[in-house]
Design a protein around this ligand. Structure first.
Ligand SMILES: Cc1ncc(COP(=O)(O)O)c(C=O)c1O
Length: 289
């Protein structure tokens, strides 16, 4: 079952008019919430980011927080599987094609749940490959926009190279990857770019930062030079579906000793423990030492 504009229905029955501005202009925003054992992970943070994205693109938020929660809860319950990736998007609605905002269009709301696909254990243990590219996207990467053509083209570079991600540099500095945030570690010190218009403020990024701080792992949020990434002992990518994944080769060259490093394993275990705790509690829990 999926949710479209107030109704639950099989996906085959879900139809959107061709003049929807999501289809015509990519004029909309989205979220992807991981759900473990039917418990949504960091739902409030995802809803906060959705509200921020909607505000940034001036699409009226069609639902209160309580309404969003009620729809997601119903959708999760309607699935046959426990671990889910709940995708939802809001577009500016259906209107005659014209770039300027329509006066009276109703936002289109679509939500679906798919089985959550985390990296297989073999990949977690061996680490993954990445390639690099120049970040040619726009300057509002902090908005979770459905206009993903830049990310799609960049991700395809790594897909064609048989790699898991494309790590992006702009003006000689690390931004993020095509569908994840990036951390490096050097001599035990973790570093990642600070939040700005150049990266998506990842919910997983926040969890990793909180876990590092709560557990005394040195971490710096600052500009990270491309040369530092290439000389790093460890590189990790983080996202709701990848969780924390070690990158062990970049552009065909080994990262550190070519295996997931000590800082990665520590963070990986902290992340998995935190997830278990959230699932057991059945609700959001704050990070604690
Ligand atoms: C470009 C980009 N950066 C970062 C992320 C990670 O965000 P999150 O941890 O909220 O999944 C994503 C997730 O889809 C993304 O598409």
């Amino acid at each position: 079952m999926i949710y479209l504009n107030g109704k639950f229905m099989p996906i085959e029955q879900a139809m959107v008019p061709v003049l929807d501005r999501g289809f015509i202009f990519g004029d909309g925003v989205y979220e992807l919430v991981p759900v473990y054992s039917r418990v949504p992970f960091r739902l409030d943070e995802h809803l906060t980011r959705l509200e921020r994205s909607l505000e940034a693109v001036r699409i009226r938020n069609p639902h209160s927080r309580a309404e969003w929660r009620a729809i997601i809860t119903k959708l999760i319950a309607a699935q046959a599987f426990e671990d889910q990736g709940v995708y939802f998007q809001v577009t500016r609605g259906v209107a005659k094609r014209d770039h300027a905002f329509p006066k009276d269009a109703e936002p289109t709301v679509f939500m679906m749940a798919n089985p959550l696909v985390n990296p297989p254990q073999a990949q977690v243990e061996a680490g993954a490959a990445a390639v690099s590219a120049q970040d040619f996207r726009w300057l509002r990467c902090d908005i979770k926009s459905i206009s993903l053509i830049g990310n799609v083209l960049l991700r395809q570079l790594s897909a064609q190279a048989g790699a898991a991600e494309t790590i992006l540099f702009r003006d000689g500095k690390l931004t993020e990857a095509s569908a994840s945030n990036v951390f490096i570690a050097k001599r035990g010190v973790i570093a990642a770019p600070p939040k700005s218009g150049l990266i998506l403020p990842g919910i997983t990024y926040d969890v990793v930062v909180e876990l590092a701080r709560a557990n005394g792992m040195p971490l710096e949020l600052r500009e990270v030079a491309e040369a530092e990434v290439r000389a790093a002992d460890e590189i990790w990518v983080t996202s709701s579906s990848k969780e924390v994944l070690a990158i062990v080769s970049l552009d065909g060259k080994p990262v550190g000793d070519g295996r997931p490093g000590a800082a990665f394993w520590r963070m990986y275990r902290l992340y998995q423990d935190f997830k278990q705790k959230v699932m057991r509690a059945g609700k959001r829990e704050a990070v604690s030492a």
